[in-house]
Design a protein around this ligand. Structure first.
Ligand code: WT7
Length: 676
């Protein structure tokens, strides 16, 4: 093959060359007990029956008032699901279970330090703690229905307690991933106009008690500079009664939750009767431009959807012990640690720390001790566990009936280790493909019905009707790569981008909608932003993002977001970020920097720029390497050629660069990277 042909190989051709994987079948034992094992579900959930088939999802919940309309499309593509219905998410996750199950564990909180005992919080205790904290939010923090509050907390039992207390009052929560920086927290405070920030003083990570309260001080300061005043900071204590941060509490602004709660012992708060279409929470996610998007999720549609997905795809029964290893600060944790499992009255595990701390057997000891039978994690964690302790699972006595992989494509070899070593050949596996925006799953096999295929997520879940379009909007056939879209709306879909309906419509519907005034959902296919192929068997294989987004450890980082963070350093003239393949994280950002004239390239400066990126976004965005280059490779019209930089970082073929404005710089950069 000539150089040119190599360069122009399309993703479709790559897909065609993939080897077909063997199918794996769930055991008859699993199928026999599965919540969903009737293949007729796919007929019932055919497009002809849309949208009424979704009422069976809503019926999993307890409503104060049933809906007037299943789907209101009058403001398409901003939809209202179960319109006019009234419910409360906190009631559905707690109160309704008390009569029969108050004594059952709702949350198993596992501290990172193995010498600290696991906390088992019953539904009754969860009820008490959520009510008392809701009273505090209402009376001390003066929060009311419709207000937004930013929550910047690590993995802890207090995090879902905080979320559910907000939901009880109808306060819209916006949880920021605990590992994000103060600056990322501030951006979200400003965008959501929060006047209350809820944090934790400290938490354990890889054996160290990390100071976290300082992030609150910095975030409040940065938010104020951008015009958003935070008047109240509520601080939970990692060790109740003992403040573990170094930064002082600020008089008149900071309130120790654990001390303040004493005023509210015994208090109960009636759940607000929320409209189904009222927002439940915001979850920010990266996009192609610098500013993260606040995905607004509704109450009734979202809760119905995640409850149904937890029941039918996660196969959660009330007697199950369910461990999703994601962080609650991401959508996976919202949907599949908190809302879905608790709505089903399951026991959900929350682990504070690192899965391989203090050793590679830790995760399996937790599974053994709590007798976890449903396990949920991401390829990045599976790769790390496999690398550090390939033989560890066999040493422990646990029995998973079901396992999930989520967040990025999984390599078939990694899938097979997950199946044989972690699942011991006995667990049904689902590869769930979805997004922050979608609230719950788009594609997955139904574990009690369909066989599994390593590396493919499977068909659309019941009710979801995917389609792959080419750039012109023509559907493409099996084996051809294109843009994967969803033809129909679904209840878990986000309602809009907070405060930016135009961006919502443009980003997700602009590409294929031809009738912007249409009220017919058929005119509004949802653009996921991923490339995919479908096999003859209807199984989808996701290839990755079509936009400038890098999937690092299963999470989205906008390249623009990292580039604008780097530009905060004074010395930087231009920044370009490209994804580099990484054995465990999947991808990592490589950061190319052109300095302002007269500034000397030094290792200290490279480190400074890397630190600035971490300060602006968080450690998750830490560049693999900062390359201080003499100039960026550019087209004659001045566009930075990220594709060329990407090829250099990945030691691939840069192709023919002679048409660039400055071809000589490519060789220089290549030498620099190859010889480092
Ligand atoms: C992007 C969404 C889904 C919740 C966690 C991440 C990629 C997600 C899969 C999968 C292949 C996947 C897509 C998607 N992705 N799941 N099973 N197979 N790719 O949520 O941060 O919103 O990222 O993650 O590219 O668009 P997110």
């Amino acid at each position: 093959m000539s150089k040119k042909e190599v360069l122009e190989t399309t993703e479709a051709q790559i897909a065609v060359h993939w080897k077909e994987e063997e199918l794996y079948y769930p055991s008859s034992k699993f199928i026999g007990q599965a919540n969903l094992n009737d293949p007729a579900i796919f007929d019932k959930f055919s497009l002809d029956n849309f949208p009424d088939y979704y009422t069976s999802f809503a019926e999993l919940l307890t409503w104060y008032k049933y809906w007037d309309e299943v789907l209101d499309t009058s403001d398409a593509p901003c939809y209202k699901w179960f319109k006019g219905g009234k419910l409360n998410a906190s009631y559905n996750c707690i109160d309704r279970h008390l009569e029969k199950n108050k004594n059952k564990t709702a949350i198993h909180f596992v501290p990172e330090l193995e010498e600290e005992n696991v906390q088992h919080i019953t539904y009754q205790e969860l009820y008490v703690r959520v009510n008392e904290f809701a009273a505090l939010l209402r009376d001390t923090a003066k929060l009311k229905r419709g207000d937004r509050v930013t929550i910047h907390m690590p993995m802890s039992a207090e995090l879902p307690i905080t979320m559910l207390a907000c939901a009880r009052l109808g306060v819209i929560h916006s949880v920021v991933f605990g590992g994000f920086s103060a600056s990322a927290s501030a951006d979200r405070i400003v965008d959501s106009q929060s006047r209350v920030l809820i944090v934790t003083d400290a938490y354990y990570r890889a054996g160290n008690l990390l100071e976290h309260k300082k992030n609150a001080d910095d975030a409040v300061k940065i938010a104020a500079e951008q015009g958003q005043v935070v008047d109240t900071v509520l601080v939970w204590e990692r060790y109740p009664g003992k403040y573990s941060a170094d930064t002082p509490m600020v008089e008149g602004r900071d309130i120790s939750v654990n001390a303040e709660l004493k005023k509210y012992y015994g208090k109960r708060v009636e759940p607000e009767q929320m409209l189904s279409e009222d927002p439940l929470f915001l979850m920010y996610t990266s996009g192609t431009t610098g500013k993260p998007k606040g995905c607004q999720h509704g109450t009734g549609g979202y809760l119905a959807y995640v409850t149904a997905m937890s029941k039918y795809i996660q196969d959660i029964h009330p007697e199950d012990v369910y461990w999703c290893m994601a962080d609650i600060g991401w959508i996976t944790g919202h949907s599949f640690i908190v809302y879905g499992p608790l709505a089903l009255c399951a026991s959900t595990v929350i682990y504070e720390g690192v899965p391989t701390y203090p050793d590679a057997g830790r995760s399996w000891r937790i599974a053994q001790e709590l007798d976890v039978n449903i396990f949920h994690t991401a390829p990045t964690a599976i790769r790390a566990l496999r690398k550090l302790g390939p033989d560890e699972p066999a040493k422990y006595n646990y029995d998973f009936k079901h396992m999930t992989t989520v967040g990025e494509p999984i390599e078939p070899a990694v899938w097979k280790w997950y199946e044989s070593a972690v699942g011991k050949g006995r667990a049904a596996i689902v590869d769930t493909y979805w997004q922050t925006e979608t609230g719950g799953f788009l594609c997955s096999t139904v574990p009690g019905i369909s066989p599994m295929k390593p590396g493919s997520c499977g068909p659309g879940v019941p009710g979801i009707h995917p389609i792959i379009f080419d750039d012109e909007g023509k559907p493409v056939g099996p084996g051809i790569a294109g843009n994967i879209c969803i033809q129909n709306p679904w209840p878990g879909m986000f309602q809009t981008i907070w405060g930016d309906r135009d961006r919502f419509v443009d980003t997700y519907f602009g590409m294929y909608n031809t009738k912007p005034d249409s009220k017919d959902w058929r005119d509004w296919p949802y653009l996921t932003g991923d490339a995919a192929t479908v096999g003859e068997d209807g199984y989808y294989r996701v290839l990755g993002r079509i936009d400038d987004v890098i999937n690092v450890s299963g999470h989205r980082l906008g390249t623009k977001e990292i580039e604008s963070a780097a530009l905060v350093a004074d010395e930087v003239a231009e920044a370009a970020v490209v994804p580099v393949n990484h054995e465990i994280k999947g991808k990592e950002p490589d950061l190319y920097i052109a300095l302002k004239p007269g500034i000397e390239a030094t290792d200290e400066l490279a480190k400074k720029i890397s630190d600035v990126v971490c300060e602006q976004i968080g450690k998750i965005a830490k560049p693999r390497k900062v390359w201080l280059v003499p100039d960026m490779p550019k087209t004659r019209s001045g566009k930075i050629m990220r594709r060329v930089l990407g090829a250099i970082s990945n030691k691939g073929d840069v192709g023919n660069v002679m048409t660039l404005a400055n071809p000589e710089v490519v060789e220089e950069i290549k030498d620099m990277v190859d010889n480092s």
